[in-house]
Design a protein around this ligand. Structure first.
Ligand code: BGC
Length: 371
């Protein structure tokens, strides 16, 4: 997309939104443009982050959503590697979380409820009887406040949102910030922070549907996941509580396999949480995906203990996205770094409860290269 209105300073002097200055000679750039209005008239903006090596991410304030992500292939030709729409109104009308930030709780909470400190909480049920991705109006459907951030070797934007006490049934005012940062090392970093005034579950993630070829399906992509176990689910996709070794199953991606190789043996396709070797202790490699055709490679590093690998099973050809492309089954895949689904009801899983006085912090790095 051409013709961005405002160029924003990220260099040596102070940040001034709309000041019309770009970074001196570094090749990095942040531009901001109006991107329409929500149905209640709230203005939405889109930020374009460009690094010095030809990577470009466009992120809008509605849902703090990555609308496009242009990455070079092995010949240097850039392609947009995320699914989505061109216009805001399509995101508002019908989006299966394309590119957005998901919260207050990414993934499912069984029977839309949990008990915390002896009190029962009822959440919005928006996935049958269960709660999915923060409810009816989750963090993907609200307009965030954005500001460019100054970083040494990167261009960055911070998105802020205050989720009020009682929103979608959750306790506590939750102050959330998410920084997207695009570095000259070809990394798209997403760093999350949250604080609360009452104990509440928090599990934030990012929901881009990637297609490293920029077209067609993803069954030929080669995937490695650093996980020796996964969390099996019931028919409603709620974990049973078991942590099951992947050995000898189609969930064993400890060495690379194409997404399609064993997918027929997984009922409905992949939509499972993998238990990462890193265990959420420090920033660690979670997954590597290679598109053999374009050579585009993406590594995902995270401080989270889990990652949901979703192979776009519910895409059914009813959505036409950017450039009129019809998104059929497996047109994209998601790797959503997270704590495990339904943790508020699973005492055996790592806790997702944030308490007043503590800071929720999470970092996920998408590292791009070619092969
Ligand atoms: C979930 C899927 C869900 C999809 C929504 C994914 O994160 O794992 O079960 O259908 O989001 O589009």
């Amino acid at each position: 997309m051409k013709g961005f209105g405002k160029r924003l300073l990220t260099g040596a002097t102070a940040l001034a939104a709309g000041a019309g200055i770009s970074m001196g000679g570094s090749g990095m750039d942040i531009e901001r443009q109006a991107f329409g209005r929500t149905t209640d008239g709230t203005a939405v903006e889109i930020y374009a982050l460009t690094n010095a090596r030809g990577l470009r991410a466009r992120i809008m304030t509605y849902g703090a959503t990555v609308v496009s992500l242009e990455v070079p292939d092995r010949t240097g030709k850039t392609g947009d590697i995320v699914l989505g729409y061109e216009a805001l109104e399509d995101y508002i009308k019908n989006s299966p979380y394309f590119g957005s930030i998901v919260g207050r709780y990414g993934n499912r909470i069984a029977k839309a409820g949990f008990e915390l400190d002896g009190k029962a909480y009822k959440l919005a049920a928006n996935n049958g009887e269960n709660h999915l991705h923060g409810g009816i109006k989750g963090f993907d459907k609200v307009v965030w406040k954005a500001e460019p951030v100054r970083e040494e070797n990167a261009v960055a934007v911070r998105f802020n949102y205050l989720s009020r006490d009682g929103e979608e049934g959750y306790p506590g005012n939750l102050t959330v910030s998410v920084v997207y940062s695009l570095s000259n090392d070809n990394e798209l970093n997403i760093s999350y922070k949250a604080t609360t005034d009452k104990a509440t579950p928090v599990n934030l993630t990012h929901h881009s549907y990637f297609n490293l070829a920029g077209e067609g399906g993803v069954l030929g992509h080669e995937l490695m996941i650093s996980a020796d176990a996964y969390t099996p689910v019931d028919p409603g996709l709620i974990p049973t509580g078991e942590i099951r070794p992947v050995t000898g199953t189609p969930f064993d991606f400890t060495s690379p396999h194409t997404i399609g190789e064993r997918i027929a043996r997984v009922e409905g396709g992949y939509d499972h949480n993998f238990v990462l070797r890193g265990g959420g202790r420090a920033l660690d490699l979670a997954a590597r995906v290679v598109d053999p055709k374009s050579g585009r490679t993406m590594e995902i590093w995270t401080t989270e203990p889990g990652v949901q690998f979703y192979s776009g099973n519910f895409l059914d050809g009813t959505i036409s996205g950017k450039g009129g492309r019809v998104y059929t089954k497996h047109a994209g895949f998601c790797l959503e770094t997270q704590h495990f689904p339904d943790s508020p009801n699973k005492p055996g899983f790592p806790s997702t409860i944030l308490r007043p006085g503590r800071v929720y912090k999470s970092l996920t790095v998408h590292k791009f290269s070619t092969k």
